[in-house]
Write a protein that binds this ligand. Structure first.
Ligand code: ZN
Length: 292
């Protein structure tokens, strides 16, 4: 069950928040803001009905990112590996420095490798006292089911395109529209597309699609070099397009599986060019057109 934000705050006030929360949907920024607010509610020394005071030492340290009981875990490059989780875990079991509660936020939790996720599971099974772990994820589906089932899910709804645009400042309206459409209305992805540049992304995808349709390996060569971040972005947009194609019945589900697998492999520090070539080969062999 998804918990609305107001109930989440109420639970934090009453010290009966679940040990493990899974934030999904919305934007990374929204999720981070709510995580910080919960950390404040749990640690503020002058908590009132309006919420945390924002002026006590705990509130200020949490906002400035200097509170010793607030721990962040983020991907190094593209993944959160087992070593990172083990180091984090040691800090988690140390006694509290000054806060009532330790709060630990794992950003891009879907980027945890399988061994890392399994190490997290062990922590969840023996939760350190007065500690809340918050997983921030784009999709709950990206999180291991055994972790998901132990978490309290909190869903963030997507902002409208208008609100997203307002947060961006000066941008080309036409590019922004296209980026929003290409992202399947996912603001984080739309922002990444916009930063990358919409025309060059569309060119790349178009070339990839034609190369696959025509089983033309030479055409494929013109797509390189690309770096890993580009490759991850292209695969994400491909996945959105493919998902839409499956819903329309113009694309067979194996293509989405192939793209998902490629994304997974890319996260394991494999050469991005190799990943894209293997994906193209797989789509050649299935005789599949990538788009309608
Ligand atoms: Zn305070």
């Amino acid at each position: 069950m998804n918990l609305p934000l107001a109930l989440l705050e109420k639970a934090a006030r009453e010290n009966r928040l679940a040990h493990l929360l899974l934030f999904h949907g919305g934007s990374a920024l929204q999720q981070r803001e709510v995580a910080l607010r919960l950390a404040q509610i749990l640690n503020c020394s002058q908590l009132s009905l309006e919420g945390p005071c924002q002026s006590c030492s705990a509130c200020r340290k949490i906002l400035s990112g200097t509170h010793p009981d607030l721990l962040w875990l983020k991907p190094l490059k593209t993944t959160i590996g087992i070593d990172q989780v083990l180091t984090w875990q040691q800090k988690l079991y140390l006694k509290h420095y000054e806060g009532n509660y330790k709060v630990s936020v794992i950003e891009h939790a879907e980027a945890m490798t399988l061994p890392a996720a399994n190490a997290l599971l062990k922590v969840i099974e023996e939760p350190p006292e007065r500690t809340i772990i918050i997983l921030n994820a784009e999709n709950a589906e990206g999180i291991l089911p055994t972790i998901q089932s132990r978490a309290q899910l909190v869903f963030f709804s997507n902002l409208s395109e208008e609100t997203w645009l307002r947060g961006l400042g000066e941008v080309d309206q036409q590019d922004a529209d296209r980026a929003f459409r290409l992202s399947g209305k996912n603001q984080n992805l739309a922002t990444a597309i916009l930063e990358h540049g919409v025309p060059s992304l569309q060119d790349w995808l178009e070339t990839f699609r034609t190369a696959v349709e025509e089983s033309d390996f030479l055409k494929l060569f013109s797509l390189f070099p690309i770096d890993k971040n580009q490759a991850v972005l292209y695969l994400q947009v491909m996945a959105v397009q493919t998902q839409a194609g499956i819903q329309k019945g113009t694309i067979r589900p194996f293509e989405l599986l192939a793209i998902g697998k490629a994304t997974e492999v890319l996260r394991q520090q494999v050469n991005p060019r190799l990943v894209i070539e293997v994906l193209a080969l797989e789509l050649f062999q299935q005789g599949g057109a990538l788009c309608d």
